[in-house]
Design a protein. Structure first.
Length: 281
């Protein structure tokens, strides 16, 4: 029987370390160029990005990871929620204008100009009619018991699962946050609707786990119960935690989108007034 993991049960993930270090170097270069262009990029930008990186490290290297793979369904579903719903918006908030716009290197700009298909692909990926269904299908698909158990038991598929959850979260949250000003960005009301639809997809998983009267994941039933939690209670706790986080994310994101919509309307009204006075002179 495996010993119950404690605070010393950290796991070393070389690929994760490489990705986090590379992301940090890249982000520092963005911030330096944005500051050189005259933009005061402070903690309200890099603080979000740093929080996203720290949370990614804790999600995949802390004892939570050991517990998720060998002990509790609750921990595994918590990882799902963090990777799909918490880490992506933190990273994107750290990249919002002027960081990603003014901080992009000349080489990157030249590459994008030579490869316009990359921009078209990203525009398509962040189209709400694409990213919301993809996010929903990814979250629900990886939670299906046969797929979930099989992925947990096979390391390569487990890493693919995590990559897909994060990869589906980034375009959807990019669309919802709209970090770069664009005329094609959805309106505030539209974003609220897309946000509600995505929360509904997450609720399908969370509510099912919370109210099912039998266990759904045989692999986790077979795991040792070192924490004194039955398999059914573990499943209910996993679902309740997902619902709680989804509700919190929905409320917070709705407030952010609503305030952003008001600010955009105010900016548009100000621009209209400036144009009116400019033409009336």
């Amino acid at each position: 029987m495996r010993p119950v993991p404690g605070w010393g049960s950290w796991s070393f993930e070389p690929v994760l370390w490489v990705l986090l270090i590379a992301a940090t170097v890249w982000y520092v270069s963005l911030v330096r160029r944005a500051r050189a262009a005259g933009h005061p990029v402070g903690i309200r930008y890099w603080g979000f990005f740093a929080a996203g990186e720290l949370l990614a490290f804790l999600t995949l290297s802390s004892p939570l990871n050991t517990i998720a793979i060998h002990w509790l369904l609750w921990a595994h579903m918590a990882q799902h929620t963090l990777l799909a719903d918490i880490i992506p918006p933190l990273v994107i908030l750290g990249l919002r204008d002027p960081v990603i716009t003014s901080g992009m290197s000349p080489g990157a700009r030249a590459w994008l100009e030579r490869h316009p298909g990359a921009g078209r692909f990203w525009n398509r990926a962040t189209d709400p009619l694409v990213c919301v269904p993809v996010w929903s299908a990814t979250v629900i698909g990886w939670a299906l018991p046969p797929i979930f158990d099989f992925a947990t038991a096979h390391h390569v598929l487990l890493e693919l699962e995590r990559l897909m959850l994060f990869g589906a979260g980034v375009p959807m949250w990019w669309m919802l946050i709209s970090p770069v000003p664009s005329e094609k960005a959805p309106t505030g009301v539209s974003r609220l609707i897309y946000l509600a639809v995505s929360r509904g997809a997450g609720a399908v998983v969370g509510l099912t786990l919370t109210f099912m009267t039998s266990t759904l994941y045989p692999l986790y039933v077979s795991f040792p119960r070192g924490f004194g939690i039955s398999a059914l209670s573990d499943q209910e706790l996993a679902g309740a935690t997902m619902c709680l986080v989804e509700s919190f994310v929905f409320g917070l994101a709705m407030a952010v989108v609503f305030v952003d919509a008001l600010n955009r309307e105010e900016r548009d009204a100000q621009l209209r007034d400036e144009e009116y006075f400019a033409h009336s002179r």
